[in-house]
Write a protein that binds this ligand. Sequence first.
Ligand code: HEM
Length: 535
Amino acid sequence: MSPPLYLLLDIFGYLSVVLRGLILIAQSFTLGGIAFQLLLWRPLQAQLSAGSVVIGKRCQRLLRLSAFGWGLLTIGALALNAAALVGTLQVSWSEAASADFARADLVIAACALGVAFLTRDASSKARLVALLVLSLLALAMQLKLTHAASRLDVRWPLLLSDTAHMLGAAVWIGGLPYFLIALNGCQTVGDWRLVGRRYSLMSMASVAAIIFGGTAMAIKYIGSADAIYGTAYGVMTSAKVGLLLMLLALGGSNYLLVEELRRDPRTPILRLKRFAEVEIGIGLTVLFAAASLTSLPPGVDLPGDRLNWQEIAERATPQWPVRLTSPDHDRLTISQLQGKIAATEEQRTRAPLAYVPGEGTILPRNAEDIAWSEYNHHWAGVFVTLIGLLALIEHFRWGRWARHWPLLFLGMAAFLFFRADEQAWPLGPAGFFASLRDPEVAQHRIFVLLIAVFGLFEWRVRMRGNNAGAAALVFPLTTALGGALLLTHSHAIANIKDQLLIEMSHTPLALCGIAAGWARWLELRLDGRVGQMAS
Ligand code: HEM
């Protein structure tokens, strides 16, 4: 196998989940755009004020871009999966291209590119019908790539549920950017009322379809109550329920606002737009979570290796960070190994002086290594807790001094620089540049740099207050993106318990990151009571 193919297989798991997430986004934006045209824009166009004509053009542009992206991404996924087949099963490229998934992908790509072509001028009824037929054919093919199609038992209820679920996701989440375009393009209160009301109705029907389809699939694929917390599939589905609740809170308050707008034309609509922005952000996260879920074996198929309550409680019980004193550096494996190498090499003279990271030796871990690592993690936790506390104190009138909290990131970066890689400079024998040959050390060093830059950046934002402009949005966006990526990792194929316990702690962290990031977004983009509550 050629080296690039090896590399590809190494990252195949993660790459395929990310690609699937991007495909689901492009698919939802395409289907959502077509639904927006058919159910909102065309029926209401005649009643909207003349100035709002720009909305149609902008929506059409986004629809074309999404369909084009859907086609290209599908071709990318097809190439990736075919490469994985060729690399692992020793089949030829032509054999890989004739597999079931490849044929489905080819039809999806052709339909999506067809939609992109037709949307250049979709004003005629015939073209609209063609758009609809092509997009539904692509959706039907997409279903062939899900668990529903691969079950051995009765499949049609699952296929039906998946269809309703995906259509609901497309009309609601995929329709959101078009709704935002419409809100920004509307000229009069009458326009906002019409668009808001119609989109509310579309969203409510979609939520019903999502909940109906999602619940039916969850019951069938999870199978029992203990698989909800005992398998990765159950944990990921619960994360989706958490995200749905966040979306429902935002969507619900937008619904109330639209109703208020109908009664009182003076109701300000800024909140409607800001909530829609956050709904888009969280909606994209759910689509990534959906891709991650599809990559997992359903919980019902994994009766063994499940976690039980005792194991979860044992891991999740809060404990004081007991390891606040460090073991000595010379008792770590790396130092002992270094000692052994030095002793052997002394006999052989003129031999390498040090173990150089990256040369491929997998080190054993002794109890001192674990203590060293726990010490690092516990102090990192102390830093994060302090940062959180100061960020809270900053909100009190007497606590303005605490707004310098981002500077604590510098302390954390310095701590990690010294402690994260005990074999590398300054504590270990490997020189600074030599140690960068080890990918793990290189990654740690990049993260240290990022933390420092991030801290300084956010500190400047806090110092500049209201004058920080768009720079203030970088921190919340990165936090929310970090949360989304935590949800989008690839999973161990078998339900290895340790992996699952790690996932148990990562999933709530991801949900907190997503909530914190988007709450800060609202704090920055909204004044008044809602902004304060978000803060
Ligand atoms: C706004 C909320 C949601 C959106 C946008 C959404 C979107 C999606 C999408 C697009 C898929 C298809 C994934 C693929 O084929 O790769 C999917 C699958 C699925 N979703 Fe959701 N979903 C949402 C909420 C939920 C909820 C609340 C549940 C559970 C009650 C749920 C359970 C499932 C299940 C079980 C699957 C099947 C995955 C598989 O094939 O194994 N979803 N979701």
